[in-house]
Ligand binder design. Structure first.
Ligand code: APR
Length: 389
């Protein structure tokens, strides 16, 4: 057993879910340890998502974890659709129950969360990948991990929080018979990070017969682009010249102005998939974030769901461990899944708004876009769901 053990909660993963959970538990006096497979340097520099929904910002605010994003984040409230029939913009903060997003690169948020946790005395072990969790049906589950020196390490906490993403150890530890509802959307994106200022003052969604292209600001000098491409394409096949040429065509630079080009600093191929594991609790093992539900990035819900689930789980664990009230922990899975399925439903709608894989789908998509362009009711509905979780 670790010298500092036995720990009330061992958290697997130092992403947004694990770090929000760790902060909230630690400050409530729950003894916890975070195990993270990657190095500290990798965790605080890894570029991921960047759009924080108002609900996620409110949660971070409520717990004093939003200082950095208020200082350096930027409000964002417009999206522009570019289609074969022209373009239109939705200022979603002024529609229905819409509000602005805050654009703040996820690695900055992760850095803030880690600093707050460690400053308060919270413990993290980096370069320590969990290999397995056993005994989840008991009150002393065992976590086995490989530490930085290659040696096996073991912990026996009261609870294990699986916040280690879609390929983590928590998912592998689930008993057989757990329901995994999975959807492969049949769409592949090339995700690109460019060292170039944003080209639009809006999130850009270019939709057309050549395939989808997306534009999302990350900072005044970094922009994320997406290109729908053939399944099986290799990132290496996409030279910078090819990427900029294709983006320019799909975003219709000839009509709406040239893109701000710059070096491509990252490219990755991504098959759009979603899944939900039910339930999110298996005895002493609890899931949150991507470990609980993978969501395709079309509506930028992943990091926001992770923050929301982490708060729900923290409150439930604190009630159980500090106040002897097990009710909220028993209800955690059901409460969290209600949010997960709402986010999945809207994201699924977005997948079909942005891509068509058959002539029939393409016709439906044009009709859906026409509603969004012309119907105030459709715009209000979109705004509420686009920013909400
Ligand atoms: N042991 C310990 N840590 C692990 C293991 C393991 N076996 N496997 C993965 N990890 C770590 C990863 O290195 C990562 O730091 O778990 C962390 C999981 O973090 P995220 O993938 O960011 O997942 P989460 O916190 O659930 O946030 C989800 O963030 O960027 C978005 O697309 C992402 O929407 C998703 C959201």
């Amino acid at each position: 057993m670790d010298a500092q053990g036995p720990y009330d909660v061992v958290i697997l993963g130092a992403g947004p879910a694990g770090l929000v959970l760790g902060n909230l538990l630690h400050r409530a006096g729950v003894d916890c340890l975070i195990l993270e497979r990657e190095t500290r340097d990798r965790v605080v520099t890894r570029a991921r998502a960047g759009f924080l929904a108002p609900n996620a910002v409110r949660i971070l605010d409520r717990h004093g974890l939003a200082g950095g994003l208020h200082r350096a984040g930027r409000e964002h409230s417009r999206c522009e659709f570019r289609t074969d029939d022209g373009r239109f913009t939705l200022d979603y903060a002024t529609l229905g129950r819409g509000e602005p997003h805050t654009v703040y690169p996820q690695q900055e948020l992760v850095t803030d969360l880690l600093t707050a946790y460690e400053t308060a005395g919270g413990r993290v072990r980096f370069s320590t990948g969990a290999l397995g969790v056993t005994g989840a049906d008991s009150t002393r589950p065992q976590v086995t991990a490989r530490g930085p020196d290659g040696a096996l390490e073991h912990w026996w906490p009261r609870y294990v929080a699986g916040c280690d993403g879609r390929h983590g150890a928590a998912r592998r530890a689930l008993p057989t018979g757990v329901r995994r509802q999975h959807r492969d959307h049949g769409v592949t994106w090339l995700a690109v990070l460019a060292e170039a200022p944003p080209s639009l003052d809006a999130v850009g969604y270019a939709i057309g017969e050549r395939g989808f292209a997306g534009h999302m600001a990350r900072s005044p000098r970094i922009t994320r682009y997406y290109l729908q491409c053939e399944r099986g394409t290799a990132a290496g096949d996409w030279t910078a010249d090819r990427i900029w040429a294709e983006l320019s065509v799909r975003l219709r630079a000839d009509r709406y102005g040239p893109l701000h080009e710059g070096p491509i600093i990252e490219r990755a191929v991504l098959d759009l998939e979603s899944d939900v594991l039910e339930p999110l609790r298996h005895g002493s093992l609890l899931l949150a974030g991507d470990a609980a539900s993978l969501i395709s990035p079309c509506a930028a819900k992943g990091a926001n769901l992770a923050v929301l689930q982490a708060e729900l789980l923290a409150e439930a664990l604190i009630d159980d461990l500090r106040h002897g009230r097990p009710g909220p922990l028993a209800a955690y899975s059901e409460r969290a899944l209600a949010h997960v399925w709402r986010a999945q439903e809207f994201t699924h709608w977005m997948v079909h708004l942005l891509h068509g894989t058959s002539p029939f789908d393409n016709a439906l998509r044009r009709s859906r876009l026409a509603s969004l362009r012309t119907s105030r009711g459709a715009q209000d509905w979109f705004a509420e769901n686009y920013v909400g979780v």
